[in-house]
Every structure is written in C-alpha cells, then in structure tokens.
Design a protein around this ligand. Structure first.
Ligand code: S3P
Length: 734
C-alpha cells in the first residue's frame, strides 16, 4: 500500500497504470497530470484517477511514486521541471521504450542519475490510444523490463517491481544497453520496415490501385504501420544508435537476399526461408508456452492415468530416435541430397536438425516425417551464429561433439537443466586424446565448447563403458582424423552409426567388438527410411503383456539385434511376443510385433542384455512390478546418468504405488505384487512418465504423474496412441 501515486501523462499506458493500481486499491490516492484539459476530465470521469492537476508542482507535493508516462521526447522537459522541485522521498519511474535516452536525460536534469529513479518499460500496447482506452488489465501477462543502474536504491526498485506485479505483469530486470538493443531488434526495426514498406508502395500513385489486390500477407506484415506516427518518430530519435546497428545488419542480409534473387540462387533462398520458418514456429511456441505458464503459474504437465483397461488394435509408433539423429548428421555432411522418411518429429531429433540448420545446412521439412537434406560435404559446415542448444538430448550433444571436433570454427553446445547435469567427460577425454580442444564446465558437465584448431589423429580406444553414444562420437571424429580410428566396446551396443555410414557409402570395418573408420572417404547422399522406434514400442509391449485380454500389433518396428534386449527380457519373463513379416529396410532389420497378454514371472536379468535394453528399463520395472516373484537387475549403473537417475526415480515411484522396490548401486530388486495408485514424479524424464502411464493398466487407483512435458522429446503422440489402443491416460484438466 502506498500513499500518493502521481501519473504524469494520461495516455493509454499512463492511464492503464493508474486505473489498474487504483482498482486494486494499492494507493490511497491516484493523481493524474496532463496538459490536455479534455484528458484530465475524461480520466476523472472514467475513474482512471481520483483527481487531476495541470501543474506538476502541485501534483507532486507529498507524492510517494511518480510515474512518467509522457512521450519520450517530452521527457527532457518534464525531468527538468521535476529537478527543480523538492520531491522528498518520492520514487520516480517511467515507461519510455528507449532507456538510454531517459537515463541520459535524467542524469542531465538532476546532475547525475537519482538513486530513487527506476527506469522501466512495459512491453504492452494496443492500436487504440488515449486515456479513453485505459485498461486496468493491459499489463496482465505482459513483460515489463526495469533497467536499474548501479546506484539505484534497492527499496525503490523493489517498490516499482511490486507495483507492476500487482498489475499482473511479468517483471524482468536488464541492463539499459541490452534493453535498447533487444527492443531495437524486436520492435523498432519491424516498425521501421512496416512504415517504410507501406510508404514506399503507397507513394507511387500506380500502387494505390494495386492495394486493392493486397491480401492477408500484406495486411499481416503491415499491421503495425497503423501505429501512432508521432510516438514512433520519437522512439527512432530516442533509440538512434541501437536502431542503426540493427538496421545495418538487416540491410546487409537484405542485400544478400537481393543478390540471391539476382543470381537465381534458389539454394540460398531456400536456406534463408527454411531457417526463418523454423525460427518463427519456435517463436510462436515460446509465446504459446509463456501464456500457458503464466496462466498455470507452473509448467508442470501432469498425466492422469486411470486404472484398468486392455490394449488392442494395430499401431505404428513414431520413428526411431537414434536413427533420426544420425540421418540428419550424416545427411548434412554427405555430398548431395538425402531424403529421409519416417523421421521422428520429437524435440530431441528436431534439436539436431536445428543445429545443422544453424551451421548452414539447408534442410526442408519435416513434413509428415519427410525431410530433405542438402548435404554440404565433410568440410562444408559453417560456424553457427551462437551456442547450439540441444535441449534434453544427450545423443545430440555427444555425437555432435565428435563430429564438430575438427571443424574450423568454435562451437558451444548447451542443453536444458537435465542435460546440463549429465557427464560429458566420457566423450571429452577420448576426443582430447585424439587432439581435439574441448572445454566443459566443472566435473565434465555441459556446456561443452569445441575449439577450432584441433588436429585429430586416429587412435584405438577401448571404451570403459558400453555406450553407443561414445562409440558414435569417436567414429564421427574419426572421419576427420589422420589415419584410422578404432573403438572397442566391452559389450555390444546399438550399431546404427556403423550401418548408416555404410549406407552413405563410407567404409566401416567391424571385427568382433571393434569398429574402425579411416578418413579420406566421402559420404554420398542417400535415401533413408526410419523404422518405428523399438524404445517407444516397448511401452506397448509391456502394456499389452500386463493388461489381461490384450492383443496388439506394432507395425514396422526396427528390430536391430543391438536394440531387442527388451523383447528377450520380456520373453524370459514369460511374455507372448512374436515377430511377423521380418524384412530389411535400408540396412536395418524391421518387423511387425505381435504381443498378447501373459502371466509374467520375476527373473534375474542377464547382464549381457543390459546395453541392448538400456532405454527400456523404466517400463521393464513396471513389468517386474506386475510379475509374480522377484526381479533382480545388476550391472546397470548407467541408468543413474540418463535423463534422470532412472533407478532412484523409478524406485521412488513404485514404492509410492505400494510396490516393494529396492534400489542398489547398479540396479534394482523388485517384488511383483499388487499395485495401488498415487502421486509420482517423472522428473522431466520422458521414459519415466510413459512407464508410469503403462503401470495404470494394473493399478488399483488413478496415478497422477508430474513433470511429463518431456514426453514430447521422443514420443510426441504418446497420449493419442495410448488412447487409441485403450489406455486411459491423458493430460490432467487444470
Ligand atoms: C543412444 C545411445 C544410448 C541410449 C540413448 C541413445 C544413441 O546411450 O541410452 O537414448 O542414439 O546412440 P548411451 O550410449 O549413453 O548408452
């Protein structure tokens, strides 16, 4: 609660600020100041303020907060007037959209920036203007940026911050220069272009006629040319430097586009347009997500899985994640065009796709699983414009670190909170031994920076752990290393990299547990058909096995023997699984898998099957919980460093459901038995979320599963397919 709020300038923004705080009863009195008598009268009549004054000096007597909402170029005059007054302890703030200018003007007027002046900028507005349009909800779910200085009084800052929060705004603090750059790029430049384009077309008289034919594109692009010309003229004068910098960058990009059109360079145009389109989609998602997060005050996506049901029908789960990643990587460094079908449009594989777009590769799609990659050859990648963000995807980070180890540019790879906890020394150390220059954060965690200038030499590396990611990383580095690179694995791991390299015409020698590549060859663009992901199919293999009366056909599933550990383990437990129509598609074995319900029994899981079922353990633990007797897993410490600590997180969830589950350092012991319902946490791990969804088929009560948004990383249509086959799981209604 504050005493007197004075709002100087009763336009849309000042009026909405005054009205919002007045309606919320935050101030004892709200006083408006405006030179225009009509605005003062309307403000009182509409209840925007309690009273109005024409004179600043009168209004500001005894003020606690003074909000300056005058046009940006009028600010200098108002500040000079204020500097001559005794403002007592009043906190000053403003809403100008260029902050450097305001700070300069205030410093000049007051002979230094006053400690109780907190510059601010609400990123909100409307095509309407004037106090008539004042709206108490204008700032709800909009960003307000405050740009405090080194000397700003923390109490004053907190007060202004709180006032905006009272209005429902999402407040951020930022450096003045950063604010002005960001706004120049995202707001001022587009306005300049819209005004400029409309004027350029309109002033040629013949074009007045062509406007009659202008359709949605013109209307959408030029909507903001309908904004207030005086206000915008002020903004461009006030934020001159940042606007000029951004305009110059844009001009050179525009010149490059002009040159491409002139030269008939369709490849260049396609590159710009595909990148722009993805960036626009990404941007729309951020906007949508922001609205969602604000509305819910949380981004915890909860699955509610109702108990019971049986699983029947015929489905095809999405494309294999490992193969999808590799198709983009190898397609990008191949010569010529690679067509991919069945590509997994999940966030992880899309992160890899975006990484290569950022490195200059033209990639069309994905559209219904089809992707066209215009390969640039082994030496054709370009420096990305900034760090490459790979989200939740360990595969992207580890494989890219090898592929990028010998590029002539620096690259930084970063990820989300889960990925940033995962170990990268397993790739950084051997890559360094090959001559790569790699930096990581403490304890070998991401971000991971690969420096230019690493000269790679081939080596023979005996992996300390069975990891397809490490093997693939080193083989990809080996394409650039002098001589030959051999990786020896302690146990068989997925061999998609070796198979796909051959598919691209690159020789790979596999002898027993070793795989070898030699540099000096090239990859030739090819056609890749990605089979359905057995790791996604696994949820339904277990679902149909544990739910009585089930009979399900999973079509076109990849059954590469380095991936079928889940089938072997389930069969050892007594599952009824048969492979039909076995065939080979593009170098990978594929089959339709039929699964019917069966009475499962507990087993000691053979350790040699662990790497062959490494991603399927969360749902296998659910199978174990539904089996008769005890299941023991050993030799699976790797599970502790996946997207979550899958041993601990699954044990916690199973115990919550009433199952006896005992985590051990390298595995788990589960006693099968009855399962209840309850509240479990996926910890952002996609496979945990889906595993507990499957558990509901045998649970006695509903299971609420927290933190499920990452299901989209590997299986975006999981809920739809689960519903299609008869499971009762969906997003909880908020
Ligand atoms: C993968 C290898 C496995 C697996 C991951 C995908 C791959 O990781 O868990 O989901 O595509 O190479 P590790 O190599 O770390 O075991």
């Amino acid at each position: 609660m504050i005493g007197r709020l004075v709002v100087v300038g009763l336009g849309l923004i000042g009026g909405s600020f005054a009205k919002g705080l007045r309606e919320r009863g935050v101030c004892r009195e709200v006083v408006g100041v405006d030179l225009d008598p009509q605005s003062r009268e309307t403000a009182v009549a509409l209840g925007v303020v309690d009273r109005c004054e024409e004179q600043l000096a009168l209004a500001c007597q005894g003020a606690d907060v003074i909000q300056l909402a005058v046009p940006i170029l009028a600010m200098e005059r108002v500040l000079a007037e204020l500097a001559a007054l005794d403002l007592g302890n009043a906190v000053l703030t403003d809403v100008g959209s260029a902050k450097g200018n305001v700070v300069r003007a205030a410093s000049l007027a007051f002979g230094g920036m006053p400690a109780r002046f907190v510059p601010g900028h609400p990123i909100a507005g409307s095509e309407q203007s004037g106090v008539e349009a004042a709206n108490a909800e204008l700032f709800r779910q909009h960003k307000v940026i405050l740009t405090p200085q080194d000397g700003t009084d923390p109490q004053a800052l907190q007060l202004v911050d709180q006032l905006w929060r009272q209005l429902g705004a999402d407040v951020e603090h930022m450096q003045v220069e950063h604010h002005d750059q960001v706004l120049a790029a995202t707001s001022h430049l587009p306005h300049l272009l819209a005004f400029g384009l409309v004027d350029s077309l309109a002033k040629r008289s013949e074009n007045l006629e062509i406007f009659r034919y202008a359709a949605g594109g013109f209307r959408d692009f030029t909507r903001i040319a309908g904004s207030d010309p005086v206000m915008w003229h002020d903004i461009f004068l006030a934020n001159r430097e940042a606007v000029l910098q951004n305009l110059d960058v844009f001009r050179s990009d525009l010149d490059a586009l002009r040159a491409a059109v002139d030269a008939g360079d369709g490849h260049k145009l396609l590159g710009v347009f595909t990148r722009a389109r993805v960036a626009r989609e990404h941007f729309s998602k951020i906007l949508a997500r922001r609205a969602y997060v604000d509305a819910m005050h949380t981004n915890d996506l909860i699955f509610l899985a109702n108990p019971g049901g049986k699983v029947t029908g015929k489905i095809r789960v999405p494309g294999d994640k490992s193969i999808s990643h590799r198709s983009i990587m190898l397609g990008s460094i191949a010569e010529g065009i690679t067509e991919v079908e069945g590509f997994l449009e999940g966030e992880d594989a899309l992160a890899t796709l975006q990484a290569f777009r950022d490195m200059g590769v033209v990639i069309e799609g994905p559209h219904h699983g089809r992707v066209t990659i215009h390969g640039v050859g082994l030496r054709g990648l370009k420096a990305p414009p900034g760090p490459i963000y790979v989200g939740n995807s360990g595969t992207s980070m580890r494989l890219l670190s090898g592929l990028l180890a010998a590029q002539p540019f620096d690259v930084t790879l970063t990820g989300d909170a889960s990925l940033n906890k995962r170990p990268m020394n397993r790739v950084a150390k051997p890559l360094r031994a090959m001559g790569a220059i790699i930096e990581t954060a403490a304890e070998g965690r991401p971000p991971l920076t690969v420096r230019a200038g690493g000269r790679l030499g081939g080596m023979t590396y005996e992996m300390p752990m069975a990891s397809a990611q490490v093997k693939s990383c080193l083989l990809l580095a080996g394409l650039y290393a002098a001589g030959s690179t051999t990786v020896i694995e302690p146990a068989p791991t997925r061999d998609h990299t070796e198979r796909m390299l051959r598919g691209f015409g690159y020789p790979v020698t596999v002898e027993g547990s070793s795989a070898t590549v030699e540099s000096g060859h090239t990859l030739k663009g090819t056609h890749i058909e990605v089979p359905a992901d057995i790791s996604s199919a696994a949820f339904f293999l277990v679902a149909a096995s544990i739910a009585e009366g089930s009979d399900l056909l999973l079509e076109h599933v990849g059954v590469n023997p380095t991936r079928t550990g889940v089938i072997d383990i389930l069969r050892l437990m007594g599952a009824d699984i048969s492979l039909e129509n076995e065939r080979e598609v593009g170098g990978e074995p594929v089959a339709d898998i039929r699964v019917r319900s069966a009475k499962l029994k507990g087993i000691n899981i053979p350790e040699d099957l662990v790497p062959l079922a490494i991603d399927e353990f969360p749902v296998l633990f659910v199978a174990a919980a539904c089996a008769e007797g005890r299941t023991v897993l050993r030799g699976a410490e790797e599970l502790r460093v996946k997207e979550s600590d899958r041993i601990q997180v699954m044990a916690d969830g199973l115990i919550e459901l009433g199952v006896s589950a005992e985590p051990t350092p390298d595995g788990i012991i589960i006693e099968g038995g009855a399962m209840g319902g309850g509240e479990v946490h996926a910890h952002g791990d996609h496979r945990i979320a889906m595993a507990f969804s499957v558990a509901s088929l045998r649970a006695g009560a509903p299971i609420r599963i927290h933190d499920c948004a990452n299901v989209a990383t590997s299986f975006p249509n999981f809920l739809a397919l689960a519903a299609q086959v008869g499971m009762q799981v969906g997003e909880e209604d908020k």
